[in-house]
Design a protein. Structure first.
Lengths: 313, 261
């Protein structure tokens, strides 16, 4: 690779940098002035309910949808000015399965390699390597229509890696998959992460985000609500532990009397706390609870706290 | 200038899209090579020999020789038009192939240009398969008829461009039936194909020459296969070239508007 004129070949540490990025569709502000930076080698997540603006952001990064305003640099280049140069160095796993049904698994990878100007010999070797990487070598000559949902997602992941991308963009990589298939994809992503790949992903599976992401943002209504590592966010916005108690009038009035903040979810009362012992002691001493459960606080608690519990369309 | 007429930036990567379609086509070549052969025979027997029994000649030209270039021109029209309407629509909407391609260094302009080039190539392939059949029946003359091959590319590109405009604006695959029945079928019948344009009322002749692209293609094809080349050939080719350029450019811009949001 040729040396960059500005950095003189030094490694660019910031892979994506966005400032006040906006994307509007008519009246709808899909992305409403977000700023973020993704560093080399990190797994960076975009979380948010449906319609939060995650996919729009991914499409701007992937140079397939022009931004309305704001600044963005991907691999040191502007998607508006150098889309082909950026796309040459990124891999994209789209939300929708768009494998080429006219080809086999191998054919999909090989055909795709041509779009990146990869010579046939190198492409052949790479395609075989990748089929092995996603454990599809046995399906090499099977047309994609005959694959299960999980196999298709794995093949799309392999396809996104055909050009050895410097940046991998995954939009809902495990959507609609069974637990086994999800775990396999996670393992593969962990391997890629270990090799120093930079990965940007969107998801609304919070366990997935907690497991994979070094850092993440939570988006809602086109805006970034918070940025941080999963553990820091949990600690900062919820606390260490959650105590869940069955909802009774007695428990609620008792919590109010003892000045303990709580939240009612369905038929249970949730108390976020640094130390569950203290809360449980008060509960048992004063409130005569029925069922009590203690669990560690999760990203899901942060997510629901920040984005609310109302159903999204 | 109107944004739909602005010159799109196309790179040579467009040929990669063309190549992809060629690979798929060749993989099912048995299915793809059969229709042109059959079609040539069907037309020659049904119209050439059937109707030709009653219509011995038109202006001194044997009827079967008169319709031979029309058979070629119609094949050029149909193969490019249907490839770039139904074929391209399926790849765009159902297979999401365009979305997958523009995630690579290909731009949407490259993708559509590749589709147009492929549509034109299909016309060429169709004509190349039909030519030996027509030659075997002795209804076209050589070597002038060989020029039909490059002409098929130009004519194919014209119908590909027209087709792609419809594909870019159609709300669903069903509405593509409108241009097929309201444009392609009448054109097949009233473009000086199976009877001379001069049999139509003068007004209709003028309309046909002004707005029916097939009229010009049939005219040039006929000059080449009879052969009966005249200076008018240049005018027809200029007309075809202009219309080709305009529709191809508009179709790429319309597709960009549809797909890049």
């Amino acid at each position: 690779m040729s040396k960059h004129w500005l950095t003189g070949g030094a490694r660019i540490q910031t892979i994506i940098e966005a400032q006040d990025l906006k994307k509007t569709f008519g009246e709808i502000r899909a992305v409403d002035g977000i700023s973020f930076a993704v560093k080399k080698g990190e797994v960076f997540g975009f979380l948010g309910p449906n319609g939060a603006g995650k996919t729009s952001t991914m499409k701007i990064i992937a140079c397939v949808s022009p931004r309305t305003s704001g600044k963005i640099q991907v691999l040191g280049m502007d998607p508006d000015c150098s889309p082909a140069e950026i796309k040459m160095r990124i891999g994209v796993v789209p939300q929708e399965t768009n494998l080429d049904p006219d080809f086999t698994c191998y054919g999909n990878l090989f055909t795709y390699s041509r779009y990146f100007d990869i010579p046939p010999d190198a492409a052949q070797q790479k395609a075989n390597e990748l089929l092995e990487f996603v454990q599809l070598q046995e399906k090499k000559d099977v047309t994609v229509e005959k694959l299960s949902g999980g196999m298709k997602r794995r093949l799309i992941l392999a396809r996104a890696l055909i050009n050895n991308p410097d940046l991998l963009i995954l939009d809902e990589p495990t959507i609609g998959l069974d637990p086994q298939a999800r775990i396999l994809i996670w393992e593969r992503l962990k391997l890629l992460q270990a090799k120093g790949n930079t990965i940007v992903l969107t998801t609304h599976y919070l366990d997935e985000a907690a497991r994979l992401c070094d850092r993440l943002v939570i988006m809602d209504n086109g805006k970034i609500l918070v940025t941080g590592s999963p553990a820091d966010l949990v600690k900062q916005y919820v606390g260490n532990e959650i105590v869940e108690v069955e909802k009774t009038d007695e428990v609620i009035s008792c919590l109010v009397a003892n000045n303990i903040p709580y939240e009612i979810i369905g038929d249970s009362v949730q108390i976020a706390t640094e130390s569950s012992r203290e809360v449980i002691r008060i509960l048992f001493d004063h409130c005569s609870p029925h069922k009590v459960l203690t669990r560690p606080a999760t990203l899901e608690d942060v997510f629901l706290k920040l984005t609310g519990r109302k159903l999204r369309e | 200038m109107h944004p739909f007429l602005s010159l799109p930036r196309i790179s040579k990567r467009a040929w990669k899209v063309w190549h992809r379609n060629l690979v798929v086509f060749l993989r099912t070549w048995k299915v793809n090579f059969f229709p042109p052969l059959v079609e040539a025979f069907l037309y020659l027997f049904a119209i050439g020999m059937g109707i030709g029994t009653y219509v011995k000649d038109i202006g001194g030209i044997p009827y079967i020789n008169f319709i031979a270039p029309a058979i070629l021109a119609i094949a050029v029209m149909n193969s490019a038009f249907f490839e770039c309407t139904y074929g391209s629509y399926v790849r765009m909407y159902y297979q999401k192939s365009f979305d997958a391609m523009i995630a690579t260094p290909l731009s949407i302009e490259d993708v559509i240009a590749g589709e147009l080039l492929w549509g034109a190539t299909r016309s060429v392939i169709y004509v190349i398969i039909m030519l030996p059949v027509l030659a075997a029946f002795g209804v076209i003359s050589f070597p002038a008829s060989l020029l039909v091959i490059p002409l098929a590319f130009l004519g194919g590109l014209m119908f590909a461009g027209i087709a792609m405009c419809f594909t870019a604006i159609t709300p669903s695959i069903d509405t593509l039936n409108y241009p097929s029945f309201l444009l392609i079928t009448p054109m097949m019948l009233f473009s000086g194909t199976f009877f001379p344009l001069t049999l139509l009322p003068v007004l209709f002749q003028d309309i046909a020459l002004a707005v029916l692209p097939l009229t010009h293609l049939v005219a040039v094809m006929r000059m080449l296969t009879l052969p009966a080349i005249s200076g008018l050939l240049i005018l027809h080719v200029i007309w075809i070239t202009l219309v080709t350029a305009i529709f191809c450019i508009i179709s790429i811009n319309l597709m960009r508007k549809r797909l890049i949001i």
